[in-house]
Design a protein around this ligand. Sequence first.
Ligand code: FAD
Length: 508
Amino acid sequence: MKTDVIVVGAGPAGLMLAGELSLAGVRPIVLERRAVPGTAHKASGLGGRILDMLRYRGLLDRFAAVGTPIAAPIFPFGGMHIDFTSLADGPMDAMGIPQARVEELLAERAGELGAEIRRGHEVVALDQDEERVTVRIEGPEGAYTLTARYLVGCDGGRSRIRELAGIAFPGNTFPEVNRLGMVRVPDTVPVRDDGGLDLPGYGPISPGFTRTERGVFAIGPVDPAQRTMFFQTTEEDRTEYDNDDPLTLAELAASAHRVLGAELPLGDPIRLSRYQFQARRAERFRSGRVLLAGDAAHLLPATGTALNVGMLDAVNLGWKLAATVQGWAPAGLLDSYHEERHAAAGRALQQTRAQAALRRGQDEAADALRAVFQELFADEPALRRLAGMISANDVRYPVPGADAHPLAGTFAPDLPLLTDQGETSVAELLHAGRPVLLDLADRAELREQVRGREPRIVIVTAKTEERPADAILLRPDAFVGWAAAVDEPADTAATGLRDALDRWVGQP
Ligand SMILES: Cc1cc2nc3c(=O)[nH]c(=O)nc-3n(C[C@H](O)[C@H](O)[C@H](O)COP(=O)(O)OP(=O)(O)OC[C@H]3O[C@@H](n4cnc5c(N)ncnc54)[C@H](O)[C@@H]3O)c2cc1C
């Protein structure tokens, strides 16, 4: 059997990609080795730019109906907390929503748009040549092969696809051992109103991180009605354990005892896991007809960032791969996925590695480093810069030319617009996931440049108060491909737009 695109893995990255490809008119086959969707507690929320992106696709309401928006969050950073509540405009949006629900909603959307999700189908071998990729799959009815024009490995940090495609995954594993348990709190331990604990023999423990001389202890809610919480310990001193053996309640309790110096009574566990953070990035996000996205492409050594970055990979790749399959992609469009997202992952690695450095160390120098950062967290410019890093709101893709408009390469602002048909907005224009030339100053010579490239791109003439540019080329992933300065001369604006159209939309 032959298809256009195979997506391996129905995690957040694979399902987001399946939806984006389908929106652009290419219906992929998603192969997922698990027979039923996973219910394990992983990420407990979404944060940062992906929430804007979901809104720009008209999907945010679905997520908000299930999740809990957090307007001004207190965010974990390097074993400390950054309190963004002092900033009135909330530069770091977050939403509490279990990862399993995120995956459910993404699968629902991909299915509605025509993607086929095959559960219980594991890819075990891969071969590619100049024209196709062929995979061998073990499915519920036995083994079979499937051939596609492209394949995307969204198969997680231990990616088999990455290995089969021969893509290196350089980086490091941090020695600290984290032990995580989702556990019922016994009735003998009082849970405080703020979600913390009064631990006999230790005293009050606030939600979030507690640092002691022997490590870090963290707690947070899972299901307050059932008195279930997550408990996590982080220890630098290596204790004896066999990594092949699963974490037990006794091992978690012993670790908590070492860190807190007090006994932590633990009830029935829902989930127990032991892990070490890794900082890794695939050397290439593309090898011929095989691409990587999500954890398969990068592992970040801090919580709260990976879903955002991985789902944004999918949004960046979806339209480019669809354009390639549909035959209208300009030269280099698919390779720009690696150029843009490899760099974006590098930025995310930088801030999460910095978090690893802040978390580590029990000596005076490490304490001083944390104290200095804690002071910086009180300053508005520092808070805003960190919000930009954590949310990925500060990502600017490279743009050619030193005199590019400041909007070029950035995520498009959600301008309110007035058109002949009535009120709309940049976010609404991007629901369909197609390139748009947004003409904000009735510039006929710019609209003329689009002629012959429709219907790949649509033209929208609109007015907005205090326009930041005379015209904006919106890419389907909501990034600005090009913009004309207010009153930019016709010849330079037309040339700039023509070049940008050639680059992002293809020749007439
Ligand atoms: C306890 C825990 C807490 C976390 N907390 C956070 C958090 O707070 N914030 C955050 O952003 N992230 C968090 N993460 C990380 C987040 O869960 C991952 O970054 C995310 O799941 C990665 O998504 P993905 O789609 O790239 O890969 P995955 O979710 O790993 O999905 C990969 C899929 O591919 C399938 N697969 C693998 N191999 C094959 C194959 N050969 N054939 C077919 N299918 C295959 C797998 O079964 C899986 O379903 C947490 C993770 C854990 C474990």
